[in-house]
Design a protein. Structure first.
Length: 259
């Protein structure tokens, strides 16, 4: 039975994290083929998010909580969760998943199913046929999301349409275990860390696949992205262009609309 760990960073998500965890647990029960785990990495939220997760975990032994000393950045939080899932929980697959309701819990088994079929890195994509972003997004938010993916895709010659998607499933053995997970070696500890993983997966000859997802609005939605994040993404992408991981012949699966 494949062990799957869903990694969810949080910061001030007290208003919604319990609902997200309940949705994940309900979804897990309908897919008993896998052994499911959740690792919440909380950045010492002042609103008590960690206390809510701790109480939930007391009744659900497959839910685990890590609390950072302070806010280190979402990239550092994800990497802490990945390391814990691999080294302490011995996960076979890890999934990066937003804790603010923008990702659909029911899509998690879809991504994991594609790993079970033989892919190594599966991306929940908003920009392949069947995928979507919220129509309510402001025009500049839509532009920046599309532009960031297009810029990285062209500059780094990446085989995916949604480079900025944070919803991803990764096979551990031979792949995720070799990614740069030490915060000291990340090109960014913020959201731009995500740009580093795709070239690294290519260098590992990972089978990469996109499947469509509908990206959702969070309640009282407002973007957490700032212009500083956008400039950071451009900086990381440019750095990878000039100093890419050593490339090997890739085994890349084309974008797919299969669910």
């Amino acid at each position: 039975m494949m062990r799957v760990a869903v990694i969810t960073p949080t910061y001030n998500e007290a208003g919604g994290i319990e609902a997200v965890l309940n949705d994940l647990v309900r979804t897990f029960r309908t897919h008993p083929t896998y052994e499911w785990l959740v690792v919440v990495v909380d950045a010492n939220s002042p609103d008590g998010t960690a206390d809510i997760v701790r109480a939930f975990a007391s009744a659900h032994p497959n839910v685990h909580l890590l609390v950072e000393e302070g806010k280190q950045g979402i990239g550092a939080a994800y990497c802490a969760g990945f390391r814990h899932a691999m080294h302490e929980l011995h996960a076979d697959v890890i999934v990066s998943f937003d804790g603010d309701g923008q990702h659909n819990c029911e899509d998690v088994p879809r991504l994991v199913g594609k790993i079970a079929e033989g892919n190594d890195y599966v991306i929940g994509s908003r920009y392949v046929a069947g995928g979507s972003i919220p129509g309510e997004w402001a025009w500049h938010r839509k532009f920046l999301s599309r532009f960031g993916s297009l810029y990285a895709r062209i500059l780094l010659r990446l085989p995916v349409h949604d480079v900025t998607s944070g919803f991803r499933a990764m096979r551990v053995k031979g792949y995720a275990e070799h990614l740069t997970l030490d915060p000291a070696q990340l090109l960014s500890r913020q959201y731009a860390y995500i740009f580093q993983f795709l070239p690294e997966m290519q260098s590992l000859q990972a089978r990469i696949l996109e499947i469509p997802i509908a990206f959702r609005m969070r309640e009282n939605d407002s973007s957490k992205s700032t212009w500083k994040d956008i400039l950071e993404s451009l900086r990381v992408t440019t750095a990878l262009f000039f100093n890419p991981p050593r490339r090997l012949p890739s085994r890349v699966s084309p974008a797919s609309n299969n669910s």
